[in-house]
Structure formats: C-alpha cells, structure tokens
Design a binder for this molecule. Structure first.
Ligand SMILES: NC(=O)c1ccc[n+]([C@@H]2O[C@H](COP(=O)([O-])OP(=O)(O)OC[C@H]3O[C@@H](n4cnc5c(N)ncnc54)[C@H](O)[C@@H]3O)[C@@H](O)[C@H]2O)c1
Ligand SMILES: [Zn+2]
Ligand SMILES: [Zn+2]
Length: 360
C-alpha cells in the first residue's frame, strides 16, 4: 500500500520549491519506511533546486534527518519499528573493492531504496538518495543508523549531512592533531562543524574565514580562536600573520568556489593539508601553479561526508553532544514547517541562519 504524505518537491531548475502530496510505497526487501521527525536545510538541497546536481527533476529534497522507523521490509535486521534513527546517504555495501580492502568509508557502491517514491505517478529523485522533507520517506535499511533516543531529533538529524561532513573533514580527512593550526574557509553549517571538529581533535589555533561578520561571531561560539573577515584584506596574509608567518597545518574549504580553494591552497604551511568539502558546480575550473603544488608538498584531499562511517560516528557524536562536549544545538538557528523551506533557502542566501530545521 502506498502512503500519501506531504513533501517538499523541486519541479524545475531555479523554480521555487513547494509542498506537494507524494506517494511513498511500503518497504520492500532491504528497505525501511521512516517517519521523519526533523530535517535540516542544507546548501546541497539548494544546489539540487538550482539544477547544479543533475537534471533529474522532480527532486524530493531534504537529507539531514532523524526519525522513527515505521516499518521494515523483508530481510531487514539492522533496525526495527520504533527505533530512533539518523538517516545517512552512504549506506556501505561491504562488497566493493574499497570495502573489501577495509576502507568502507570510501565505499564505491553505496545504495538506496530500490522502489521509487512518486509524484502523481512520476518517479521522484530523492536528494542524496534520502528525500526527507516528507512526513514519511523510504530508504535502504543501511541508510538508518540507530542512536540513543534521548537526543532531540532536530539536533540529531544534522549529523546526517552537513555537521558530519564538517566534523569528519577535520577529524578524518584532515587528520587534525593536538596542537595543530586549522583554517576553515566558509563558516556556514559545514564550516562551523569543521571548527567544532578541529576543537574536538585538540587544535590550538582555529581560524574561521567568512565574508559575513555574523558568521564569524557564530564561528567563535563554536570554538574558533581567531576569525578573518574577507573584506578586511587578503585572508591568506591574515592566516599567515596568525600562524607565525607559516600558514595553517590544515586548511578546510567549506564554500565550493575555486577562488576560495586557491586561498586555502596558499594559506597552508609546508607539508600542510588542504581538505575540499564545498561542492563545486559543473562549470568551475581550477588554475594553480603546478610548481607550487609540488614545492609545498603536503596533501590535497576532497572529503565525501567527512570520510565518516555512520555506524561508528553517529552514536559517538550523539554521546559527545549529550556529555556537553559538542555544541550541536548551536547549529539549529530556527525550527520551521515543511512549507517554509523556500523561505529558508532565502535566509541561507542572506546568511541569516546556520541551519533552519524542518520539524514534523
Ligand atoms: N563534501 C560533503 O560531503 C558535503 C556535505 C554537505 C555539504 N557540503 C557542501 O559544503 C558547502 C557549505 O555548505 P553549508 O551548508 O555550510 O552552506 P552555507 O551557505 O551555510 O555556508 C557557506 C558559507 O560560506 C561563506 N562564503 C561564501 N563565499 C565565501 C568566500 N569567498 N570566502 C569565505 N566565505 C565565503 C558564506 O558567507 C557562508 O557563511 C556547500 O557547497 C555544500 O554543498 C559538502
Ligand atoms: Zn562498498
Ligand atoms: Zn547536506
């Protein structure tokens, strides 16, 4: 039996998103039906609605979510009805060449629900294989990670994408160590999470860089020891000045722009690490001095989902949060209804929020 539920759909590139009634099938083998309780508005949702991540409209948006398992399909053992779960967009296969070599965080064959959710019979493309701006969503069982139920859903859900991507960019991709200096370019939800991750890892100099002074206030609340307002001058020079003239050990690009990438590239110390978290658009190109790339040494590492393993990281980060060691609640700027997602995109564009979270 298909369930008819309210959901946020992007029908065409750049058109405002709107709530529609969609059809969600009962779970088939390996699938799970989840009653969504909260779902954050991530910049990636906006990338979808702009047509920057493929043209497979209509998209069912939303992917930073937590909720309760409503029903499971045949063969599902990981979770059962009533479990409180955070949804993840990289259900690890366990069989691909990366998984077989013990690197499931890079799994090359992650999977989603097999059946399609539909809008008037037309298949929907769920954002990042989730689609959680919806009262019910259908995912692969491996996309559900059970966590303790005493954490607020609007906080827990954020671990499902941007916050995990940022924390993991610092902890795992950047391998930030105690005593490191870290510069984070772009202090939105993802960048601020990278700041929180750098603090968790023991970095002693944590520099937030943004165009917007309000974002820098929030970055300091998240643990940045210094901030750099881009309009005050060259951020590369500012970062050098804050690191004894050397540059940062780890630079994290959390904007998705070639100019920012170049700044992050140049703001590194010798043998430093550049982590690319921001998602570029298809037309973007990089033009870097090849000799500088060699001469500086170090590492340039794109980061998918913070190289996380949801089963390892979600419960651990929830624990750290509930112990008062990770201020996840500071990411929730406002809670909104399903029909306010378009408005939330505008607020994101104006820099008024870190995360708007739809609460259902
Ligand atoms: N790699 C991943 O797994 C992953 C996961 C989630 C999101 N993302 C991507 O991360 C990026 C950030 O997402 P978000 O949700 O934090 O977005 P956001 O819009 O909340 O934050 C972006 C921030 O960058 C700042 N900014 C813009 N231009 C800048 C510049 N030239 N210099 C310095 N700062 C600048 C903005 O003021 C804003 O504070 C997006 O591209 C998103 O798609 C990647
Ligand atoms: Zn795999
Ligand atoms: Zn996201």
């Amino acid at each position: 039996m298909a369930h008819e539920v309210r959901a946020v759909v992007a029908r065409a590139a750049k058109d405002p998103v709107a709530v529609a009634v969609i059809e969600v099938p009962d779970p088939g083998p390996g699938e799970t039906l989840v009653r969504v309780q909260a779902c954050g508005v991530c910049h990636t949702d906006l990338h979808y609605r702009e047509g920057a991540i493929g043209q497979d409209f209509p998209f069912l948006l939303g992917h930073e979510a937590a909720g309760v398992v409503e029903a499971v399909g045949e063969g599902v053992q990981e979770v059962g009805p009533g479990d409180f779960v955070i949804l993840n967009w990289r259900a690890v296969c366990g069989r691909c060449r990366s998984c077989r070599r013990g690197r499931p965080q890079y799994c090359f064959d992650t999977f989603n629900a097999t059946q399609k959710m539909t809008l008037d019979g037309q298949p929907l493309s769920p954002a990042l294989g989730i689609g959680a701006f919806a009262e019910l969503t259908l995912v692969a069982a491996g996309q559900c990670t059970k966590v303790r139920a005493d954490v607020r859903p609007e906080v827990a859900g954020l671990l499902g994408c941007g916050v995990m991507a940022g924390i993991g960019a610092a902890l795992y991709t950047g391998e930030v160590q105690r005593g490191d200096s870290v510069a984070v370019f772009g202090c939105g939800g993802v960048g601020d999470a990278a700041i929180a991750g750098a603090v968790l890892a023991g970095a002693t100099t944590v520099i937030g860089v943004d165009l917007d002074a309000k974002k820098l206030d929030w970055a300091r609340q998240m643990g940045a020891t210094h901030t750099v307002l881009v309009s005050d001058g060259d951020p590369v020079e500012a970062i050098r000045a804050l690191t004894d003239g050397h540059g940062a050990d780890v630079c994290i690009e959390a904007v998705g722009h070639p100019v920012v990438f170049e700044q992050a590239f140049n703001a590194r110390d010798l043998a430093g690490t550049l982590v690319q978290v921001g998602v570029p658009s298809p037309e973007m190109r990089l033009d870097l001095p090849f000799q500088e790339m060699f001469g500086r040494g170090g590492r340039i590492k794109p980061s998918w989902y913070g190289d996380c393993l949801p089963s390892r990281d979600f419960p651990m980060l929830v624990d750290l949060h509930l112990q008062g060691r990770l201020p996840l609640d500071r990411f929730v700027s406002e809670t909104i209804d399903l029909d306010q997602v378009e408005e939330a995109f505008a607020k994101m564009g104006r820099g008024e929020v870190l995360r708007s979270v739809v609460v259902l």
